[in-house]
Design a protein around this ligand. Structure first.
Ligand code: ZN
Ligand code: ZN
Length: 494
């Protein structure tokens, strides 16, 4: 069958399997299927420099994500997924995932000891039924196993952020928990070791960076867990946290604080954050500002909780040596992880963590000129305790609700203390309705505008997503006879 005929072949209609499966192609099968290369005396299949083999392989079950492990090596390889509707995914490099290759295999591992484990390629826009694999020589392979990881679907619903968890220490940023991505339970017990280092990794999966939605990212995390548990036989997903291109943080391994992960082959005393993408050539994806911000938030929380100096170095128990407290995988092992582009940002990330712990989280201030108005609000300027040159005011008891609100352009997702400024006065409403609409809903409270004028007043702490997705405002609800004022808004990142 020609390649194009193969691409158009109808998908088969097997009942979906629940777990990943793999097929091992021996050297002889690699030679027969590709029709190129030679069988060597040592039982391996070889390609000369520049020789290129193309293999189209149909999967035994529909799959969303594709992985591979092999014994031997090659100059380069790529994969392209063939979807059930006949369309194909973009080409993604098949590269070794050092985090998986270096780690010890657990019981029931599909990959034998010594095999190289490749990064996942996730398909978007529907399940796939085949893969087109190209291998460029020089190559020498004893065998190559193709791993088919079924999707749990991309139907996971994005949960709303919970209420602010409290003010003790630097707050933990909002993390999508295991329930949100449909984690499987671990297949063995967890062990614990107090964390004093934060490790930065990448997943080496270029396709993860191409995700366009939260639910795709959640499905990618689920596939990663399946792959770690099935191919390497690990108890659970190896990383403690994963951060997607949108800056969303996902809980990885279960078990809570200080659970021992599986990520840099040492593991004791380090908390692993993995950046979802491929941060060195040939793709050289770069950490988005949202990713860096999420890492800094998570790092600030952990460094504060554990008394870790983000700019310092200390003894790393698992490694048996002194390592930067916030380190990249390549600092402790010969690996490209977390990729040149991510590694180059490590110092900026350390500084960002330090800045947060020193109270430099950043703030946004919006004055009267940024207000959106519903109904008639007068412009005032006579109060001396106003913020800026003027403010808006209206009266209560108008029959319908009048609202003045801001739509701040939040620079990065996170917990924000939200403050309002008003000029006070004897005629102000002592129970002025104020509130915020965030992705978790509308929250309101009342403030006494007869008092506390001329300063910032905290009205609440909310998780605000990046961008203009939240509103903070003042309303004229209440019995007739009072004046309500909208003057300025301030957001301060926790
Ligand atoms: Zn790594
Ligand atoms: Zn995402």
């Amino acid at each position: 069958m020609t390649l194009s005929a193969f691409l158009l072949a109808s998908p088969f209609l097997l009942a979906p399997q629940t777990g990943p499966r793999h097929d091992v192609l021996t050297a002889a099968e690699l030679a027969a299927r590709s029709g190129i290369g030679r069988l060597e005396a040592d039982g391996s299949w070889s390609l000369a420099p520049g020789e290129r083999a193309v293999l189209a392989v149909t999967a035994p079950q529909p799959f969303r994500s594709f992985g591979a492990f092999w014994r031997g090596g090659f100059a380069a390889a790529t994969t392209r997924l063939v979807r059930n509707d006949g369309s194909t995914s973009p080409v993604s490099p098949l590269v070794r995932n050092d985090d998986l290759t270096a780690g010890a295999r657990g019981p029931g591992a599909a990959a034998p000891t010594g095999a190289i484990v490749g990064a996942l390629h996730h398909g978007y826009g529907g399940d796939s039924h085949a893969v087109v694999l190209t291998v460029t020589g020089p190559a020498r392979l004893r065998d190559l196993a193709l791993v088919w990881v079924p999707g749990a679907g991309e139907g996971a619903r994005r949960p709303a952020p919970p209420p602010f968890p409290g003010a003790a220490g630097y707050p933990k940023p909002f993390v999508y928990d295991r329930g949100s991505w449909g984690a499987d339970p671990p297949q063995c017990g967890y062990s614990y070791w107090s964390v004093d280092h934060v490790a930065i990794h990448h997943t080496a999966s270029a396709s993860e960076y191409w995700s366009t939605s939260w639910s795709e990212c959640a499905a990618n995390v689920k596939a990663t867990q399946s792959y770690h548990m099935y191919v390497n036989g690990w108890c659970d997903i190896g990383y403690h946290y994963l951060v997607c291109v949108h800056g969303d943080l996902f809980e990885g391994r279960g078990g809570g604080d200080d659970v021992v992960g599986a990520h840099d082959a040492y593991n004791l005393g380090s908390m692993a954050i993995s950046c979802m993408g491929y941060f060195h050539p040939p793709y050289s994806q770069t950490l988005t500002p949202a990713m860096e911000d999420a890492i800094a938030e998570l790092g600030a929380w952990k460094c504060d909780q554990k008394g870790i100096d983000p700019l310092g170095a200390s003894w790393y128990d698992g490694y048996g040596g002194v390592v930067a407290n916030v380190y990249g995988h390549r600092d402790v092992r010969s690996t490209s992880c977390p990729g040149d582009q991510a590694y180059a940002r490590l110092d900026a990330i350390r500084q960002a963590i330090a800045a947060r712990l020193n109270g430099g989280g950043g703030q946004v201030v919006l004055d009267t000129d940024q207000l959106h108005l519903l109904g008639a609000w007068s412009l005032g300027s006579s109060s001396s305790d106003k913020y800026g040159p003027d403010y808006r005011w209206t009266s209560t008891g108008t029959g319908s609700r009048l609202v003045a609100w801001w739509e701040p352009d939040v620079p990065s997702a996170g917990w924000y203390d939200v403050y309002l400024w008003w000029p006070q006065g004897w005629n102000r409403n002592p129970q002025t309705l104020v509130g915020a609409r965030t992705p978790s809903g509308l929250t309101t409270t009342t403030v006494d505008q007869q008092h506390d004028g001329g300063r910032w007043n905290l009205i609440g702490t909310w998780w605000l997503p990046q961008g203009r997705l939240s509103k903070v405002g003042v309303a004229n609800d209440g019995p007739a006879g009072w004046v309500v004022v909208a003057d300025a808004l301030r957001l301060v990142k926790r």
